[in-house]
Design a protein around this ligand. Structure first.
Ligand code: HAM
Length: 410
């Protein structure tokens, strides 16, 4: 038997209905904040992703050469593609641009619960504005979207300036590994690296900064930083808005393009892969041939949100099964069309079996059976059977649809 590729999943209808319901809630939240949807290709030129992160990222991507000899990659995320789109098309649009996306991404990772090779992100990018309120808005949208998705989570907000300031004595090529160890929460690796580069004295202050939850204390551990006023203002706005967050100056983020404010959210009931959202301010447009443009955004790991929600059945949809005798078939086609036109999920029996076996099949999935024989066809009536109670009524077709919709056919 052929199997699906490692790290991918199939979704059956029940699960798809749940996913679509959560997706709809997320889209609606973004819309309420003024964000509008964009869509980019599933694959891009490889350079789009290596230009900022270097060739090292290739090991984590699906990369291929197309028939024209061009190096391509399946998108591992949407921020770079969306900023490429902005540079290509959006520069003439009125800024700030408030865009959102819901799309699948591909990363060549070691699959485990909550970590897949194909996964979906819901994200926003706020492009062309540089202010504390802009950063705060993006955080508030993320908080709102996760709330509407119905999960319990903690929101951590930090700023790269703290680490930058603390690590300012290190050469730039040593700062990146420190950030990567921090992002992976690999404390032993971090300590070994600091010792091997002769910076063991930084281990203590770094640990203090990672654990610190107080703004004044974070400033004093990190030392003076040019962004101090901006950082204070961002946190003050979040406080004014009543956002429930934790200060976390240890957030380093795994991607290379962040510049200032950074934030992450963690679902309360997930295991190791519990990060459900990541984002921050960044600059990418100038690398893609555009003007230097301030931007801020986040992406939510949609699949992790679904795991965190657990198995919740969506509100059951009313289903009608149309069963009929051979003389009733033409009328059955008409009646089924009436129900469908009214927006009701309607399944026509396809087997031509006896009415009684059609009815027992219908009872397995439908709420109502619409029974149509010669008598119904002649009188343009329908017999409606409530499959839960067994109660059966005969009514004119004209009133049947409303009766089923209201749950009270008579
Ligand atoms: P990221 O942190 O790499 O950020 O990914 C965002 C979220 O995607 C993660 O928090 C996680 O929930 C989910 N995720 C990542 N990898 C996987 C995986 N293999 N399986 C399942 N879920 C996964 C970004 O992608 C940035 N583009 C976010 C951003 C937008 N920054 C600014 N704008």
């Amino acid at each position: 038997m052929l199997q699906r590729p490692r790290g991918t999943r199939d979704f059956l209808p029940g699960e798809m209905e749940q996913r679509r319901a959560v997706e709809a809630a997320m889209r609606d939240t973004a819309r309420r904040w003024g964000y509008r949807e964009v869509c980019t290709p599933e694959f891009e030129e490889l350079e789009l992703f290596t230009i900022r992160s270097g060739e090292g990222i290739i090991g984590e991507m699906y990369v291929f050469e197309d028939k024209g000899g061009r190096n391509m990659a399946l998108r591992p995320e949407l921020t770079a593609p969306v900023l490429r789109l902005y540079v290509n098309e959006g520069r003439v649009l009125r800024k700030p641009l408030r865009w959102f996306y819901f799309a699948d991404c591909f990363r060549y990772e070691r699959p485990q619960k909550g970590r897949y090779r194909q996964f979906w992100q819901f994200g926003i990018e706020l492009i062309g504005v540089d202010s504390a309120l802009a950063d705060a808005e993006v955080i508030m949208v993320g908080d709102d979207v996760l709330r509407r998705a119905g999960i319990r989570f903690s929101l951590h907000v930090g700023h790269l300036g703290f680490m930058r300031s603390l690590l300012s004595g290190l050469p730039p090529e040593d700062q990146r590994p420190v950030r990567m160890f921090l992002d992976k929460k690999n404390w032993q690796g971090l300590e070994d690296f600091l010792c091997s580069t002769g910076n063991a004295d930084l281990a203590g202050p770094l640990a203090d900064l990672v654990q610190c939850r107080d703004l004044e204390q974070a400033f004093s551990i990190a030392g003076g930083m040019p962004e101090e006023e901006r950082v204070r203002e961002t946190f003050a706005i979040l406080d004014d808005a009543g956002v429930n967050y934790t200060l976390d100056a240890g957030i380093a983020r795994g991607l290379d393009y962040y510049t200032g404010t950074v934030f992450e959210a963690f679902a309360e009931n997930l295991g190791a892969e519990n990060q459900v959202m990541g984002g921050g301010t960044y600059r990418l447009a100038h690398l893609f041939g555009g003007e230097d443009t301030p931007s801020c955004g986040f992406a939510i790991g949609f699949d992790r949100v679904m795991v965190a929600r657990g198995d919740r059945e969506p509100a059951a949809e009313r289903v009608v099964a149309v069963v009929y005798s051979p003389e009733g078939r033409a009328y059955a086609l008409e009646v089924a069309r009436e129900f469908r036109n009214a927006g009701i999920r309607t399944e026509l029996d396809l087997t031509g079996r006896s009415i009684s076996s059609q009815l027992s099949q219908a009872a397995k999935g439908a709420n109502y059976a619409i029974i149509l024989g010669r008598r119904e066809a002649e009188t343009r009536q329908v017999t409606i059977k409530n499959l839960a109670t067994g109660v059966q009524v005969q009514v004119p077709l004209a009133g049947a649809v409303d009766g089923v919709r209201s749950g009270d056919p008579r």
